[in-house]
Design a protein around this ligand. Structure first.
Ligand SMILES: Nc1ncnc2c1ncn2[C@@H]1O[C@H](COP(=O)(O)OP(=O)(O)OP(=O)(O)O)[C@@H](O)[C@H]1O
Length: 568
């Protein structure tokens, strides 16, 4: 039966009779036994159909086509549970149908393809793919060509592939080239490669909108180009925190069906440097020092993080400073409300935080000496010595820390979680670190505070500035600049292109490590794995600035599994 909405007919799967129905958003088929009793039904949302092909077709590991005129094959998303990860693994499901006639076969193919177009408006047609051949275990190209490209081809997606030859090539490409016709950008690599793409996509969007990215008071324009991540790095934290598994096939399927997950981005401002963006970690103290150490030991591979963590832990450092933050509305959510941001999160859906009315006034032209919780109204100020100060715009979960830095943080609510770990004895600090690896609450410790914020500043007090100057004898750049946060230039992303060398030159100077007898007075910032070699920053969260081809972590217990079998 052919209706305006769909199709309803008898089809055969491996000689078994089925009733197949396409209605609006759903495609389902039910086995019918000899006594005309329905046995079981498989449901596939049309939005999760990957492709429909004539004949009997197989895609992986190699494409095989048996071209018969009464058969067609439907490819769709199939879910498998995998223990050990927080999300759900996706695989390519396929079913070969036989029709009683060629006419009916052609009708099914036509209707299913038309339904796909109607019900999946965000599916990409054309993608720009960047592969870092040296990320992670150096398998980026192999992963793309064996696991991803065949799926893109099946879904009718055309892709332009760029294998990078140098760091920042992808970012520069995005800032300079004409990208007309592309629906999205795919990053095959790790978190460092994702960060490049993030800077390129945001920078390009602001350039086109005529906005100065370096002006912390500017409301940045959301980016329409989606970003897809095919994990092929050593950490892949952004992929894990937004999909729940590190798996190239799962990520490719999210891209193909045009899933769209908005993401908050924090912008880190310093007067003498172009803006830096982060979605995961902006961390000072412990996290900054570990990054500096690990860069010195890159030759160790992924093991360098454990090694460097141990070295920095043993050095037992804390740093003085003033943290000032602009709290988010505590009635909407809290970092300690024990909720998890999962696919379809209500808190993120309700978020309309694209502009902050009082924020701009209190930010522009302000000087650190003027800051106080009383004079500034909403800003709260905390002075002390800290083991670490960090901000995360997402849970930042990863295989080593399944609940992440802030388990209840949201991907797209326009806020970040500011975690302050005050100076404490080494054993207590170890307890804090260890709790990231299990389900114990790392915030339930007397020296730890967590605040949901829209922005924060980190400053040195005048006494600390004196000490900081003292570090000069060790070779550190001592020029202290007040965080007045006036824009650096009119076109921040262009400045990015010529100021790459700052980070490369400074890390070894800034944290002198265990070899130095005198403990450094200041640390550096770790911005999603990149060293920012200065101390005083202003960090602002921009709600839903970019969109990923993802949907957030699916709850294993409540997923609407499209391919679940249901008895009727
Ligand atoms: N062809 C290239 N040669 C060298 N470096 C590159 C190249 N292409 C990209 N990069 C840089 O390599 C860095 C690390 O890449 P990527 O994130 O893919 O790998 P990784 O092993 O996961 O590293 P990490 O997770 O520690 O950032 C990125 O910052 C990126 O700018």
């Amino acid at each position: 039966m052919d209706t305006e909405l769909g199709l309803d007919s008898t089809l055969w799967i491996r000689s078994r009779r089925h009733r197949a129905v396409l209605t609006g958003w759903n495609f389902n088929w039910t086995e019918v036994d000899k006594t005309n009793r329905n046995k079981k039904t498989i449901w596939v949302p049309v939005s999760e159909v990957v492709g429909v092909e004539e004949g009997r077709v197989q895609i992986l590991p190699h494409k095989l086509v048996e071209d018969t005129d009464k058969d067609f094959t439907v490819f769709y998303v199939q879910r498998c549970n995998r223990s050990g990860s927080s999300g759900v693994l996706w695989r390519l499901g396929q079913t070969q149908f036989t029709c009683p006639s060629r006419v009916l076969r052609d009708q099914w193919i036509k209707h299913l393809r038309a339904a796909l177009k109607t019900h999946s408006p965000l599916r990409p047609n054309r993608l720009l793919v960047f592969i870092n051949p040296f990320g992670g275990k150096k398998q980026g190209q192999q992963i793309y060509h064996t696991c991803v490209a065949p799926l893109f081809e099946l879904a009718g997606i055309s892709s332009h592939v760029v294998v990078t030859h140098r760091p920042n090539q992808a970012r520069d490409y995005l800032l300079k080239k004409d990208l007309t016709g592309f629906d999205g950008v795919v990053c095959v690599g790790g978190d460092g490669m994702f960060s490049e793409i993030l800077h390129g996509v945001i920078g390009r969007t602001q350039q086109k909108a005529g906005l100065c990215e370096n002006d912390p008071s500017a409301t940045l324009q959301s980016c329409h180009l989606h970003i897809g991540i095919i994990p092929a790095g050593s950490t892949d934290c952004v992929c894990y925190a937004t999909v729940g598994v590190i798996d190239p096939v799962t990520s490719a399927l999210h891209i193909i069906i045009g899933d769209s997950q908005p993401l908050d981005v924090s912008a880190v401002h310093h007067p003498s440097s172009p803006v830096h963006y982060s979605v995961s970690l902006v961390g000072y103290g412990f996290y900054g020092d570990v990054l500096v150490q690990s860069e010195k030991h890159r030759w160790m591979g992924p093991l360098r993080y454990d090694y460097s963590g141990t070295i920095v832990y043993l050095s037992n450092r804390s740093y003085a400073g003033i943290v000032q933050y602009l709290p988010a509305d505590p009635l909407l959510s809290s970092p300690r409300d024990k909720t998890r941001c999962l696919a379809g999160c209500n808190v993120c859906a309700r978020s309309t935080e694209r502009t902050f009315p009082h924020f701009v006034d209190s930010l522009c032209g302000s000087h650190k000496n003027k800051f106080s919780s009383h004079s500034e109204g909403e800003w709260v100020s905390i002075k002390g010595r800290f083991r670490c100060v960090s901000l995360t715009c997402m849970s930042s979960s990863c295989p080593k820390s399944p609940l992440g830095l802030s388990p209840s943080a949201h991907l797209a609510d326009g806020t970040g979680d500011l975690i302050l770990v005050r100076d404490t004895d080494p054993l207590s600090f170890l307890k804090f670190l260890y709790r990231h690896t299990n389900s114990e609450d790392q915030f339930d410790l007397p020296f730890v505070e967590v605040h949901r914020v829209k922005a924060f500043r980190f400053l040195l007090s005048s006494e600390d500035e004196e000490k900081y100057r003292g570090v000069d004898s060790l070779g550190v750049n001592t020029q202290i600049r007040a965080c007045t946060m006036e824009p650096v230039c009119a076109s921040g992303s262009q400045q990015h292109l010529v100021e790459d060398d700052l980070e490369k030159k400074s890390p070894s100077l800034l944290v002198c490590g265990l070899c130095c007898r005198k403990t450094p007075a200041v640390s550096v910032w770790n911005c999603d794995g990149e060293i920012l070699p200065y101390t005083e920053i202003l960090c602002r969260v921009h709600g839903q600035l970019v969109r990923l081809y993802a949907r957030g972590i699916e709850d294993q217990t409540t997923i609407q599994d499209g391919t679940r079998e249901r008895g009727l």
